[in-house]
Design a protein. Structure first.
Length: 265
């Protein structure tokens, strides 16, 4: 299991969370992406599946153990993950018996080059500072593309991160971050994985992703880094940074209205 490294590149100082770290060469604060799966190669058993948006997803369950990222406890209970009568996916961080449980799921089907599109129906930009939401594609730690919402343990900072693994992370090259402001009931977040680049975009509402109106664009970024996507699965997780409880002591709920994958035409 790969040890997680965290770092921040700031104007006047470097904050070191562990003894090994990576520092951004650009303007973004460069925290390594989603441990969610960086450090967890999915050799761990799952205890259930769920159907959502036309795909079957494996749901991770760690039982009494803790696994990366975090480390955290992971649950496949209907208290943590379920699909409602509208077909929308609910993922939660909950506290049961004094233990916080997180949620992690991945498609059974491997995908590949194409557009990965997630529509969220609540405001992921206002998560507690200890919470991370990952919308991503993963095969292993060198074949991973991430959209993540988190301020990585600080009260104020960039809250939306686009990353192409592996590290080291360089702002404007394989990572970029933004202080995103989400309005309205929905937001759309996507990446288009091609042979030569990976294009990320976040949009207000649910506009056409082929030609969104300029007013809907929250942020976008193109990375020239494009690892092979053979064998990658779409993944969603909601977890606690370093296994720390939410600073406000409250459960966390995210609703994903839909996930769509469109292969190249």
């Amino acid at each position: 299991m790969i040890k997680k490294s965290w770092a921040a590149s700031l104007t006047v100082c470097i904050i070191i969370f562990t003894s090994s770290f990576f520092v951004s060469l650009g303007t973004a604060i460069a925290f390594p992406s989603n441990g969610a799966i960086s450090g967890n190669t999915y050799t761990n058993p799952t205890t259930g599946t769920i159907s959502f948006s036309g795909y079957v997803w494996n749901v991770e369950n760690s039982g009494s153990s803790t696994w990366s990222p975090g480390p955290n406890h992971w649950s496949s209970s209907s208290n943590n993950v379920w699909v409602d009568s509208n077909g929308w996916l609910h993922v939660q961080i909950t506290k049961t018996g004094g233990v916080w449980y997180c949620t992690n799921l991945e498609t059974v089907q491997a995908l590949g080059y194409g557009t990965y599109n997630f529509v969220i129906s609540n405001n992921a930009a206002s998560l507690d500072k200890n919470v991370v939401l990952g919308l991503f594609a993963y095969k292993d730690d060198s074949h991973e593309v991430d959209i993540e919402f988190s301020t990585w343990g600080v009260n104020h900072g960039n809250n939306l991160w686009y990353t192409v693994q592996p590290p080291p992370y360089t702002a404007g090259y394989n990572q970029q971050s933004f202080n995103a402001k989400l309005t309205g009931s929905y937001s759309t977040h996507l990446f288009q994985w091609t042979q030569n680049s990976i294009f990320f975009e976040s949009l207000q509402g649910q506009p056409s992703i082929t030609n969104p109106p300029p007013s809907s664009i929250i942020c976008k970024f193109t990375s020239p880094v494009s690892p092979s996507p053979t064998g990658v699965m779409a993944c969603i997780n909601l977890w606690l940074l370093n296994g720390h409880a939410p600073s406000n002591g409250k459960s966390v709920a995210i609703v994903i209205k839909s996930f769509n994958f469109t292969p190249p035409s």
